[in-house]
Every structure is written in C-alpha cells, then in structure tokens.
Design a protein around this ligand. Sequence first.
Ligand code: NAI
Length: 283
Amino acid sequence: MIEKVGVIGGGLMGSGITEVCARAGLDTVVVEVTEEAAQAARAKVTGSLSKAQSRGKITEQDVSETLERIVFTTELGQLKDRDLVVEAASEREDIKLDLFKQVGALLEKDDAILASNTSSIPIVKLGAVSGRAGSVMGVHFFNPAPVMQLVELIPSLTTSPQTMERMQHFVGETLGKQPIEATDRAGFVVNSLLVPYLLSAIRMYEAGYASAADIDKGMVLGCGHPMGPLALSDLIGLDTIRAIGISMYDEFKEPLYSPPPLLDRMVDAGLLGKKSGHGFYAY
Ligand code: NAI
C-alpha cells in the first residue's frame, strides 16, 4: 500500500500533485529549495483548496484536514520513510539527475517508488543514476492536477512490472484518476500530438495567415475545442512548450517539433503567457 507520499518541488505542478495526494487522505511531505519557496507552495495549495471550497466541492473541515496532512520542508532527508516520491522540480536534466541520485540513496524501503513528473527527460536516465532503476518510472500529471483526470504512466526499459502495477493501482484507485500507459519517448502520448499542433498555430500566426483571435476562434467554433491553440499555449506557458518542443526535436529530428523563431523571441523577451501577464494575449 502507498500511504506515505513525498513531492519534490512545490511549483505549478508539485503544489497540484500535493493537493491531489492529501485530498486522497495521504500523509504528504513537500520539499522545496528555500523556505520562501516552501511557503509559496503552501500558499498555492491553500488558495486552491479555498477555491474548491467556495465552489462547494469540499467543506471547510476538508480544507483543514487536508492541510494537516501536508508537511512543507526544505530537507530532502524528510523523504526517507516515503512509499512513493513524485519529483516535480524544474524541467532541467541536471537538477533531476542530482535529485534522483540523492533521493534514490536515502529511501529506506526497498520497494519505495521514485517517480518523475517530467514532460520530456528520458526516465531511463533518471533510473540509471538512482541506484534503484526497477523502482523508477514516469508519472505525468496534467495542469491543473486537482481538476484534470488524466495521468500518463511511463515505465522505462528498466522499470519492474511490480512498480508499474503498484502505480496503476495508486493512480486509478487511490487517487481516482484515469491512467494511460506510454513509452519512454519524449512527449509521451499527449504532448506528442498536442505540441506540434500548438507550434503549427504559432507558425500560422507568425506567417500572418490570420489574427490570434481568429486562429483560436477557428478551432473553438470549427472543431469544438474548449480553447484555441494560442490561448492554450499562453495557459501552459510558452517556455514550457518551447522546452518540450526542443526535447522532442532532439529525439526525433522531426521539423514540426522544432520551435518557430517567434516562440524563441517571445520566451527571450519574457513573454511567457498567462504566468508572466503577457503572451499571445495580455492578462
Ligand atoms: P515550476 O517552475 O512551477 O515549479 C518547479 C519547482 O521546483 C519550483 O518551485 C522550484 O523551486 C522547485 N525546485 C527546483 N529545484 C529543486 C530541487 N532541487 N529540490 C526541490 N525543489 C526544486 O514548474 P512546473 O510547471 O511545476 O513543472 C515541474 C515539472 O512538471 C517539470 O518537470 C515539468 O516538465 C512537469 N510538467 C509541467 C506541466 C505544466 O503544464 N507546466 C504539465 C506536466 C508536467
């Protein structure tokens, strides 16, 4: 049984994954780099729970009980007794390799699972440095994690079948989400289909085919999508889309995965979408 969970990184995804685990009744420890970042993670989880309460999805008692199950810390050592650790630190290979080496060595239970929420870094590389490759796999949540039902599960060449089975049970039964299985290739299922579509919309806008509003309106009213590709790019974060596109291009050398110059320029200018207040639209 997975009862004690750890989350590394309390950013956009880490705070959401923390909320999902604590709402499922699990004892959850979140590790951040600084005290301020740990406090910011607490504020994100608290804000999201308050929003769920104001929408009538949970009670005031649920909010306080959920928060009581979470410890926010800066000490990786607090993860040692965990059954599962989900790494959701920044999408940088050097950071993740260092974390998998350290955390792989400190986990006390032989069958403790170390999973990464990475969107594009090969899981097999994280397993190789961890010293426990059979217990390492990818678990890819979607933003916002408390709302989105899908979770991609990614076993690598070295992940054991028992690890995969335990995670299938954890995601499907304990968290009540919908798992799908994907191979350890950059992009997995959803980003492999979504990212080239978003990059094509950016290229279309860059070439002056149509205005941003009309490209989005085309896909919302013409295809029944809840949101157009440029608004969705702003929501995901233009830096994140660029990073995933680069990883996918590195892996497959497929031109459609290569970020167009306009996306590079916008990221260089700090126009990252909704999170920076400006992207294809102003917020
Ligand atoms: P973010 O930038 O919001 O959060 C990353 C957090 O990691 C920051 O708070 C940072 O302080 C912390 N961090 C960095 N190094 C650390 C370390 N050594 N120990 C502990 N904490 C550390 O990034 P976001 O968007 O939450 O992404 C996290 C991961 O989730 C990435 O691997 C990303 O590819 C993946 N992801 C992102 C999605 C998105 O829509 N943004 C969707 C699905 C996965």
